[in-house]
Design a protein around this ligand. Structure first.
Ligand SMILES: Cc1cc2nc3c(=O)[nH]c(=O)nc-3n(C[C@H](O)[C@H](O)[C@H](O)COP(=O)(O)OP(=O)(O)OC[C@H]3O[C@@H](n4cnc5c(N)ncnc54)[C@H](O)[C@@H]3O)c2cc1C
Length: 445
């Protein structure tokens, strides 16, 4: 039994999304005199910063996901609904769900995150591999391993680009994916596929701008490039992708790269829910909010995290980062409580704790506040520590720590499993056990 509006006397706060922003809001409210319903299409929270490690066989899916109900098992006034939100009736104060009754609210916090933006590049939506969900991470892992299996079975396919991996986007995600793929091939597949000359594989990182990690200090970008090149990654800056096909991509200027695996780490836009609402939208379709994070015209509706277009106080917009979502979620929850207690609301002030990206073993960059810049081993250790601290769930922290220690000591990787493979157009040799292609491939390990 969830929140019952017929008998409820406590205000009902509905939180859409169990990501960083939604969980931070619900956690802030869990011991207050309100009923909270968290709604998410998945029954788990996804720790997106480590998805690339699932995709490159470094971590298990369960290491970076955490069941939402498990997080609130002792909070009797926090409820969970596993459902796809299809819309919000802002005037009737109702959240609309696919195939389920609508959910009424007194206060609403929308934290539905973001999704990939392929900027209308032909073929990219259908054929590129984005990395926003656990399903996508497993799909990419399946595909990478399948391509090596195919090359092992038919070595002639290597000349057709079957072992060429193209990563689009030189931001943190692109850098992390390219670096992790390079280590996977060099240190793990070289032995796993000892019947194959894996050194004929290529990893190409394509970035439209003139340097990597544009949001970081220039030296961090230079360091990342050198660290990737040392690992054998071909870095192509000032290069745009024009179109994507099953067995090749076309770069600006007409160059053709033969590949069957293009990872899309180049663009981000607000989650689809933002488009379903009759509200003003800013860059990337994000919902424009007031300084207290409420939606103009709807003072009891807040938007936080990636889906919100938030003024940074100096004319710019806040970036789509976990810390922005966490702090925003907490702030929106605070404003709900202030409203209930008839206290004045406060503006949101983001505390910048810095940004980090890792390239591989002992190689990372960290741009921290007050101009502190770390590179190499110190940045890598800081990165490891911070990700352990922010991972949701003690069990996950322990599991990730053990996995990392094992990987570090043995150069081995754990889950190199092809799970529920799909019949994808770019798989050169069909899987004997392939399921028909779906939008959301199943995943279990
Ligand atoms: C690959 C990757 C790596 C990243 N690395 C970093 C990093 O190193 N550091 C950093 O600070 N940031 C990183 N980020 C960004 C960071 O993960 C996001 O800024 C953060 O997750 C935003 O939090 P959020 O709560 O707004 O959205 P999310 O965490 O994305 O949560 C949104 C939730 O809403 C749910 N949802 C969406 N639509 C619906 C719907 N219609 N109905 C029901 N549920 C819905 C989703 O299932 C999801 O659980 C990374 C992002 C990605 C994709």
């Amino acid at each position: 039994m969830g929140h019952d509006p017929e008998v409820a006397v406590r205000p009902h706060v509905v939180v859409i999304g169990a990501g960083f922003g939604g969980l931070a809001a619900a956690k802030r409210l869990e011991d207050e005199a309100v009923d909270v319903t968290v709604i998410d299409r998945h029954n788990y929270h996804t720790f997106q910063p480590l998805l690339y490690q699932v995709a490159t066989a470094g971590l298990n899916t369960a290491d970076v996901g955490y069941a939402v109900r498990g997080l609130f098992r002792r909070q009797r006034r926090v409820f969970f609904r596993k459902a796809q939100v299809t819309g919000i009736d802002l005037d009737r104060r109702r959240v609309e769900l696919r195939d389920l009754p609508e959910v009424p609210y007194d206060h609403l916090i929308v934290a539905a995150g973001s999704r990939c933006n392929t900027f209308g590049i032909p073929g990219a939506d259908e054929l590129a591999f984005p990395l926003y969900t656990l399903e996508e991470a497993v799909r990419l892992r399946n595909h990478v391993i399948s391509l090596f299996e195919a090359a092992s079975a038919e070595p002639g396919l290597v000349a057709e680009g079957v072992l060429t991996f193209v990563v689009v986007g030189g931001g943190p995600t692109g850098v992390e994916v390219a670096g992790a793929l390079a280590e996977l091939v060099e240190k793990v597949f070289a032995d796993d596929f000892h019947d194959l000359d894996v050194h004929r594989s290529r990893i190409v990182l394509v970035e439209q701008g003139d340097r990597l990690l544009a949001a970081f200090d220039e030296h961090s970008g230079t360091y990342a490039r050198a660290a990737l090149e040392r690992r054998g990654v071909e870095v192509r800056t000032g290069t745009a992708v024009e179109s994507v096909a099953v067995d090749h991509v076309v770069l600006a200027g007409g160059e053709v790269l033969h590949t069957r695996c293009l990872v899309w780490a180049a663009g981000v836009q607000a989650g689809a829910l933002a488009q379903a609402l009759p509200v003003a939208r800013g860059r990337g379709g994000r919902i424009v909010v007031h300084r207290d994070l409420s939606v103009p015209g709807y003072p009891d509706v807040y938007c936080v995290g990636d889906i919100a277009d938030i003024d940074d106080g100096s004319g710019g917009r806040l970036p789509q980062l976990a810390q922005v979502a966490i702090q925003g979620g907490r702030h929106a929850a605070e404003q709900v409580l202030r409203t209930i207690e008839r206290r004045p609301r406060a503006d949101f002030h983001y505390l910048d704790k810095g940004t980090m990206a890792t390239i591989g073993r002992r190689a990372a960059v960290a741009d921290l506040p007050i101009g502190v810049r770390l590179r190499g081993m110190p940045a890598w250790l800081a990165w490891l520590l911070l990700h352990l601290v922010y991972l949701v769930g003690v069990r996950n922290r322990v599991s990730v720590f053990i996995n990392w220690a094992w990987n570090y000591l043995t150069w081995d990787r754990g889950p190199r499993l092809i799970l529920r493979p799909e019949a994808l157009p770019h798989t050169p040799i069909p899987h004997s056990d392939a399921a028909p292609r779906t939008d959301q491939a199943g995943t279990s390990a």
